[in-house]
Design a protein around this ligand. Structure first.
Ligand code: AR6
Length: 170
């Protein structure tokens, strides 16, 4: 399977790119964003300052600096507000835009956290369905993306993603 889910700290993964669940400023924050900036070192923030922020649903790419990953793809997920404010479309766009950037930068292995599922409050089941659907579609259309890892915190998140992945037809 080119798509798989594991329970891990995403900052430890030696993949071509890890995805950051950032905010529109791209200047750091808590959660996975804080962990990525701590592990990558201050050079990451320096590069982020040059990017002019990022719109919700879009993504931007930087170097990985002190991370094992070569690149960080910063995407901005929607804040959950009940689901009728375009949240599903914006979250789907995060995955697609991240994968388009990956393709453009010869990234063959990429790891995603559960974008929007922390302080942004997106329900994990709904987010996992979108993440798996978008990544699966993209991988089918683009052979250059060899491996997509969902790097998750907690056994509950892992079980939810594994249930989604199990529904994909081989
Ligand atoms: N590795 C993998 N997953 C992680 C890690 C890690 N090291 N740390 C947290 N998670 P969140 P959001 C999980 O809140 O909801 C930031 O302040 C976490 O358990 O990091 O998109 C940004 O600057 C959760 O399941 O991102 C924004 O302001 C998931 O990653 C805002 O938070 C995402 O949680 C973005 O909120």
């Amino acid at each position: 399977m080119r798509l798989h889910a594991i329970e891990t700290d995403i900052t430890r993964l030696a993949v071509d790119a890890i995805v950051n669940a950032a905010n529109t400023s791209l200047l750091g924050g808590g959660g996975v964003d804080g962990a990525i900036h701590r592990a990558a070192g201050p050079e990451l923030l320096r590069e982020c300052r040059t990017l002019g922020g990022c719109a919700t649903g879009d993504a931007k790419i930087t170097g990985g600096y002190r991370l094992a990953a070569k690149h960080v793809i910063h995407t901005v997920g929607p804040v959950w507000n009940g689901g009728a404010s375009g949240e599903p479309q914006l979250l789907a766009s995060c995955y697609r835009r991240s994968l388009e950037l990956a393709l453009a930068h010869n990234v063959r292995s990429i790891a995603f956290p559960a974008v929007s599922c922390g302080v942004y409050g997106y329900p994990m089941e709904r987010a996992a369905r979108i993440a798996v659907r978008e990544c699966s579609r993209f991988a089918q259309e683009h052979d250059a993306i060899e491996r997509i890892t969902f790097a998750l915190f907690g056994s509950d998140a892992l079980a939810i993603y594994q249930a989604e992945l199990a529904q994909l037809t081989p």
